[in-house]
Design a protein around this ligand. Structure first.
Ligand code: NAI
Length: 255
């Protein structure tokens, strides 16, 4: 039988917007206590308010996932308030796109994307695992991308960082397989959130829609709620499912 999220302490990074917000709302609707972790305070508080309006339990904690001290402080606060964590979703991410090839990619931009998208997940696992162990185990869900499975011309840092997230997921799954911590990642593509537009900022909305319709086999972009549904499955589904990269991309990588 699937587990329930009722009363489960859950931390979701990047929950001020997009996929993270949809997961926060879904998990709270399923009875989880949701810690919204983000560096966007206004957006984070909006997510908390959305949850509270439906009588859910939630609080906002400000974090910069790329920063070690910020992670340490956040997880210490969670430990003091809740005595541990049941579910950790390392989801915060950035994408600076626009078709710059490897040769022309500024080193600072490469470093920043890797710092948030890869180091951020590493730090989340590093500082979060002790809290999961304190509860006798739990679930980690990392948000990777199909960009970590295939090449992504013009976005080398993002692709490399997301491939690293898939690798961290498998390594963490093996390291904690005997400690009752289940670790998986989700590989979405073309989900309708602000990040999607930041990678295609030279096109207007109509052009983007036409382009995606051509490019995605199912003929539409994905919704944050569809990713939340997948994350909910990973948060409550079979514990034999660990170390996997779950692709949800409208069929793109099937081509
Ligand atoms: P989004 O831009 O709506 O949300 C990203 C969130 O991460 C924002 O709330 C932002 O404030 C937060 N964030 C960024 N840097 C942070 C930092 N250093 N510390 C703390 N919080 C930080 O974008 P979306 O689409 O919801 O992205 C969520 C995840 O999904 C990201 O990891 C992204 O790479 C991944 N993804 C998204 C896809 C899409 O098509 N939207 C496709 C594949 C992966």
């Amino acid at each position: 039988m699937a587990e329930s999220l009722k009363g489960k302490v859950t931390l979701i990074s990047g929950a001020a917007s997009g996929i993270g917000r949809a997961c926060a709302v879904r998990f709270a609707n399923e009875g989880a206590i949701v810690i919204v972790a983000d560096f966007n305070e206004a957006g984070g508080n909006e997510t908390v308010n959305l949850i509270k309006q439906s009588n859910g339990q939630s609080e906002f904690i400000r974090v910069d996932v790329s920063d070690s001290a910020s992670n340490a402080a956040m997880f210490q606060t969670v430990m003091e308030r809740y005595g541990g964590l049941d579910v950790l979703m390392n989801n915060a991410g950035i994408a600076v796109g626009g078709g710059t090839g490897i040769v022309d990619t500024p080193e600072e931009s490469f470093d920043r994307i890797v710092a948030v998208d890869l180091r951020g997940v590493f730090l989340g696992i590093k500082y979060g695992v002790p809290l999961l162990l304190a509860k006798g185990g739990g679930r980690i869900i990392n948000t990777a991308s199909v960009a970590g499975l295939v090449g992504y011309p013009g976005n080398c840092a993002y692709a490399a960082a997301k491939a690293g997230v898939i690798s961290l997921t498998k390594t963490a799954a093996l390291e904690y397989a005997k400690s009752n911590i289940v670790v998986n990642c989700i590989c979405p593509a073309y989900v309708d959130t602000p990040i999607l537009n930041s990678t295609r900022d030279k096109l207007d909305d109509e052009e983007i829609k036409k382009l995606l319709k051509r490019r995605v086999p199912v003929g539409r972009v994905g919704t944050p709620d569809e990713i939340a549904q997948t994350a909910f499955y990973l948060a409550t589904g079979p514990t034999f499912l660990t170390g996997s990269a779950i692709v949800i991309d409208g069929g793109i990588t099937a081509m």
